[in-house]
Design a protein around this ligand. Structure first.
Ligand code: ADP
Length: 320
């Protein structure tokens, strides 16, 4: 292929810019033309497509968000919308597309594949919930944001001898809660993958207090319940007072960590290599520290993205 395009779609994640930069620079290095599609699939429907140059992606590697902007496009969920998008693809002579986003965006790419456009998918979501890759772009940055918040909350929690509940993102996947809980030394971590046991939570809190612990931190992934719901439960069932902190969208923002910038650069470059060789229908990922590519259909296989249960067990052992 000589003429490709790149878009970012769905929930944004720190490091998306580094991935866009890698796609553009690698494509130009390989003497290909590369266009940016603005506003995700909606931009493809509306023809918001511009040729990018080396300088177009200057000074973005360190920025959060995405210079191509992102969108959720209900119109793209319809065949009519997708056919409109394909008309612009043809008009611009685009032979292949790099889609940077989460699994929803990958489903969109699968539809474009069906209409004859080869796509390569680059995983970028703070949830880390994509089958076939150990890590997604943005996870490490969000994790560090959460840990920074936990450390700060811990300071005030210990001054006032309080129990804090910190609600983090993760509707279906507990990766962010688990990794942040482990790295932040939380006493209890609630993840969607495991049923919680209120009696056990209470027990842990009370035995900690009994041993003279000055404060406790509970991390709850939003998919389990909200921080406020958990606070109400603890108050009602065990008369335990807590304070709640909902981290919300700060987890999506901020400068990407070095690790996210590096994997974004590697993933973006690999995507271009694949399209250059005429390959589509592929997702890029990281398995055992190696950059890999695999059939896009594996992303949608029955089994869910596997949380590292060994890490979960370890977090329980270390937080007694
Ligand atoms: P993420 O990529 O972060 O998971 P979404 O699930 O919101 O985000 O998906 C982003 C966009 O991808 C949607 O707004 C829609 O335009 C497109 N998309 C998602 N699922 C499909 C699908 N099954 N068919 C076609 N397009 C889809």
């Amino acid at each position: 292929m000589k003429n490709i395009a790149v878009l970012t779609s769905g929930g944004d994640a720190p490091g998306m810019n580094a991935a866009v930069r890698a796609v553009v620079r690698k494509a130009i290095f390989e003497e290909m033309e590369v266009a940016g599609v603005f506003n995700g699939y909606q931009g493809l429907i509306e023809g918001k497509i511009e040729l990018l140059q080396l300088g177009s992606v200057g000074d973005i590697i360190q920025r959060g968000g995405t210079m191509l902007r992102s969108a959720r496009s209900p119109e793209f969920m319809t065949e009519e919308g997708r056919l409109k998008a394909m008309r612009h693809v043809k008009e611009h002579g685009i032979e292949g597309l790099v889609v940077i986003g989460g699994d929803g965006s990958f489903r969109g790419a699968r539809e474009l594949m069906r209409l004859g456009l080869p796509c390569v998918c680059v995983p970028a979501t703070i949830d880390n919930d994509i089958n076939g890759t150990d890590f997604t772009i943005g996870f490490d940055s969000a994790l560090n944001t959460v840990i920074d918040a936990i450390d700060k909350i811990r300071d005030t929690a210990s001054s006032h001898e309080r129990t804090f509940i910190i609600e983090v993102m993760g509707r279906d996947a507990g990766d962010l809660a688990l990794w942040a809980g482990l790295a932040g030394g939380a006493e209890t971590i609630l993840i969607p993958e495991e049923r919680y046991d209120l009696a056990d939570i209470v027990d842990r809190l009370q035995s900690g207090t009994g041993r003279g612990k000055k404060h406790s931190i509970i991390i709850v992934a939003e998919g389990v319940m909200s921080g406020n719901e958990l606070a109400d439960l603890l108050k009602k069932e065990a008369n335990i007072e807590t304070r709640v902190s909902v981290l919300g969208h700060i987890q999506r923002g901020g400068s990407p960590t070095a690790r996210d910038r590096v994997i974004a650069s590697q993933f973006g470059a690999r995507a271009v290599e694949l399209l250059k060789d005429g390959r589509g229908g592929v997702a890029i990922g990281m398995q055992n520290q190696m950059v890999v590519d695999y059939d896009l259909n594996e992303v949608f296989a029955e089994e869910d993205h596997a949380l590292d249960m060994e890490l979960y067990k370890l977090s329980k052992q270390l937080s007694i």
